[in-house]
Design a protein around this ligand. Structure first.
Ligand code: IPM
Ligand code: MG
Length: 351
């Protein structure tokens, strides 16, 4: 098949992990007879440095015309002064919004070979396989923001339609998995959460009577996630709770560098990014974990291009590399560690 993929390396370790992702895309194209056209574009802090804007017009129009977008990470100390007028993060929110990718899928699977990489006990982790569905284009991230000398405001708004579509996306996934949905909110305090709970209950009763639904308060969910993570199947939540809980959930897998994500809207086009940030502390050293990116490439192949065999081949190659002992420093413990490139080589040789 022919596909056009927009590539946004971004900042910090973004370009380093994306380089491994594009190597795998080229290798898969060659092996399976596809033509992938990759357009690399400035985004985030790198784009601010070039043009003053985190999401230049040409970057956005290329993303809108592409079949899929693969993104590394954005941000860094250079662009994060409290008084900064333009921030890389604004570009990311604008891109998610412009692409209409309201459903952010963040799968968390514990790889048996990495059980010892987590700070949690192996017996708590064995068999963990859950899927976060984070609402991505609404809530407090997108509400009105104000700041003056002695106060600041961030408005959190959700509409019924926004809640309905994200609950449907999550329930459909639960139906293909173990049929269990947990909806996370703060309905004892927030009006948006009370609306969320009401709409979620109705959609599930009317449209998904075969999927079990449990409501959980976000503070309790944070606790249960590390106390009994195996009990969870699909979790659906609003934008900011999802951001926070998925960083926590990455510790089940062993490292923030391991987790991929797919952000989807109504069509097939999607935005794919590892859930980690730009990690300025290790940027430029060639030691970042490319797993989150490689697994995001697999999600891109599956969801936007419909290439499930290629997606599986890549996932299995990542898994086999880990089983063979390839480890970047974040998950190596006392064992010898591989560089980002060496890990990429270990995956490529198994593709
Ligand atoms: C994420 C990141 C972003 C978010 C930041 C960089 C704006 O933390 O994708 O989880 O909060 O959504
Ligand atoms: Mg985050």
């Amino acid at each position: 098949m022919k596909a056009h993929i927009a590539i946004l390396p971004g900042d910090g370790i973004g370009p380093e992990v994306i380089a491994e992702g594009t190597r795998c895309l080229h290798a898969l194209a060659q092996r399976h007879g596809h033509t992938f056209t990759l357009s690399e574009l400035p985004f985030g802090g790198a784009a601010i440095d070039l043009s003053g804007e985190p999401l230049p017009t040409e970057t956005l129009s290329t993303c809108l015309a592409a079949d899929a977008v693969l993104l590394g990470a954005i941000g860094g100390p250079k662009w994060s002064a409290p008084e900064a007028k333009v921030r890389p993060e604004q570009g990311l929110l604008a891109l998610r919004s412009a692409l209409g990718v309201y459903a952010n899928l963040r799968p968390v699977k514990v790889h048996p070979a990495l059980l010892s990489a987590s700070s949690l006990k192996p017996e708590v982790l064995t068999g963990v396989d859950l899927m976060f569905v984070r609402e991505l284009t609404g809530g407090i991230y997108f509400g009105e923001k104000r700041q003056d000398a002695d106060s600041a405001t961030d408005v959190c708004t959700y509409t019924v339609a926004e809640i309905e579509r994200i609950v449907r996306a999550a329930a459909q996934l639960a139906r293909q998995r173990r049929g269990k949905l947990v909806s996370i909110d703060k309905a004892n305090v927030l009006e948006t959460s009370r609306l969320w709970r009401r709409v979620c209950t109705r959609v599930m009763r009317e449209e998904f009577p075969d999927v079990s639904l449990e409501h959980m308060l976000v503070d309790a969910a944070a606790m249960h996630l590390i106390r009994r993570p195996r009990d969870f199947d699909v979790l659906v939540t609003e934008n900011m709770f999802g951001d926070i809980l998925t960083d926590e959930a990455s510790m089940l897998a062993g490292s923030l560098g391991l987790l991929p994500s797919a952000s989807l809207g109504e069509g097939r086009r999607g935005l794919y990014e590892p859930i980690h940030g730009s990690a300025p502390d290790i940027a430029g050293r060639g030691i970042a974990n490319p797993c989150g990116t490689l697994l995001s490439v697999a999600l891109l192949l599956r969801h936007s291009l419909g290439l499930s065999a290629e997606a599986e081949a890549l996932e299995q190659a990542v898994s086999a590399a880990l089983e063979a002992g390839a480890r970047t420093p974040d998950v190596a413990g006392d064992a010898p560690a591989a560089s980002t490139r060496a890990f990429g080589d270990a995956v490529l040789s198994r593709l």
